[in-house]
Structure formats: structure tokens, C-alpha cells
Design a protein around this ligand. Structure first.
Ligand code: MG
Length: 259
């Protein structure tokens, strides 16, 4: 084989390896850094500043019908789902910010157009409230022009179906709970699986199965260099991590690569 051909092959292989890298999603934003905290506006801006592909948030519907961004079911002694927004908004997050409303968050996302929003709708106590929350979230995303830049993630199949009904041709919806095979998710019309490290190590074959079905694979929460390499070699499409800075460095991805 001529040297020219060998070089071409090596370059093609290198390009393939580069393409096979998982995209990095900051879990609850990039919060393990100065001045940041989980699910804050700062954490989204910080995720954007280091070049993450996406940044994840968690959204609750409060008892009085407001959408707030926070992870914990019970935050500083208050159950998110059964507490009025006014009470929750008085609480401070670890960096001093208020719990953001979804409106505040989406306005912030709109200001950082290079980073995708990965929006987890938390499961609620009944399906009607879930249907209502899905509709409210969808209307907010439309209001801010973010339906094309947002992926929905849910543990609740009911919530997944509610989103699908609202926007059948559009937003990508991924399932989190880890109990359904790629084939079943395909039948439900979802975009893919977003399963835990534990589930994906038990079912590594689901990556290839998902890709054969035209689905994508995200894994959470990938926090060690060993796991970052493991899932890169397995060929997953995304990893969700509390250490997006470490993942970007390990995969050799830079903010300037996104342009
Ligand atoms: Mg979450």
C-alpha cells in the first residue's frame, strides 16, 4: 500500500474516532466551580462558558401552579410539589441565588445560544398534574423559541406521552428509568434512552441495539475518568456528568469546536 493511501486511512480513522466521542452534558449545570450551585442560572452560564454540548435542569410544578427549577423533592424542609412558589422563592440556593422560575431560566438559556437545554420534568403525584405541567413547559419553550434547542428527559412514561401529544413531530424525548429496552422505547416513539451508569454496565448491548433502532443513548451520572473512557469506547452519544470540565478535557473538546 502506498504511503499516501496509508495516510488517508489513518486520517479517516482519526476522524471516525473524533466523531465517536460522546457529547458532554453538565448535570444540573456546571455547579462544581466557584460561585455556582446546582440548577442556578450561573450553572448554565458556566456550562456554556466551558463548551458543554448541553446543560441539564430539573423542573417542578408547585402547588399553586408555578414552574420552578430545582432538583430535590424536599428542599430545605419544603416539598417542592406541595409548597407555594412564594415560600420557595424566599429560600436561597448554595451560591445565594433564588430558586429560578422556568421563565427566568429560559431567558438565560436564550442568551447562550451555543448550549442545548436538557430539561428533566420531575415525576408528580398524579398524571393529571403531569399532563398539566408538560403543557405548561411546552408553552414556555414555545414562548422563548426554544423547542428546537431543548431535549426532554423523564422518568414518567405518562409525561413522555404528554409531551409527544403536544409536539408529535418535534422535540426529542428520552426515558430515564432504565427498565425498558431500546425496542420498547422505539415502539413508544421516543428519541432514546438516558440511563444510569449501573443500568448501562448491566446492558452494554443496548447501545448497539439503540443505534440499530435509530435511537440515541445518554448515560448518567458519569463522574470518573474510567467511566468516561468506558462509555466513549462503548459508543454512547452523550454522557451527563457533574464534572463536565474533566470530561471535555479528557475527550479533547473545546468551546471553539462547537462553532
Ligand atoms: Mg435531573
Amino acid at each position: 500500500m502506498k504511503l499516501k493511501h496509508i495516510i488517508t486511512l489513518v486520517l479517516a480513522a482519526a476522524a471516525l474516532v473524533a466523531q465517536a466521542q460522546p457529547k458532554v452534558i453538565a448535570h444540573r449545570g456546571f455547579w462544581k466551580t466557584d460561585g455556582s450551585a446546582q440548577n442556578t442560572l450561573t450553572s448554565f452560564a458556566k456550562a456554556d462558558s466551558i463548551g458543554c454540548y448541553g446543560s441539564e435542569i430539573d423542573v417542578w410544578l408547585t402547588t399553586d401552579g408555578h414552574l420552578l427549577v430545582n432538583h430535590d423533592r424536599v428542599f430545605r424542609g419544603h416539598e417542592m410539589e406541595f409548597t407555594p412558589s412564594k415560600t420557595l422563592r424566599k429560600l436561597r440556593l448554595d451560591n445565594g441565588e433564588r430558586i429560578p422560575t422556568l421563565d427566568e431560566y429560559l431567558a438565560c438559556v436564550r442568551q447562550h445560544p451555543d448550549t442545548r437545554l436538557v430539561l428533566e420534568m420531575k415525576s408528580l403525584s398524579d398524571y393529571k398534574r403531569e399532563d398539566r405541567e408538560a403543557r405548561m413547559i411546552f408553552e414556555k419553550l414555545q414562548k422563548y423559541g426554544l423547542t428546537d434547542r431543548t431535549d426532554i428527559i423523564v422518568f414518567s412514561i405518562n409525561a413522555a406521552m404528554a409531551f409527544k401529544k403536544l409536539y408529535p413531530a418535534g422535540m426529542k424525548i428520552y426515558y430515564l428509568d432504565g427498565d425498558l429496552s431500546p425496542k420498547k422505547l422505539k415502539k413508544l416513539g421516543l428519541a432514546g434512552l438516558d440511563y444510569s451508569v449501573k443500568v448501562m454496565k448491566k446492558h452494554p448491548e443496548w447501545v448497539e441495539e439503540a443505534h440499530k433502532q435509530g435511537l440515541e443513548v445518554n448515560v448518567w451520572t458519569v463522574n470518573t475518568p474510567e467511566d468516561m473512557k468506558y462509555f466513549q469506547e462503548l459508543g454512547v452519544d452523550y454522557i451527563t456528568t457533574d464534572h463536565p470540565d474533566m470530561a471535555l478535557k479528557l475527550y479533547g473538546q473545546k468551546k471553539s469546536d462547537k462553532k
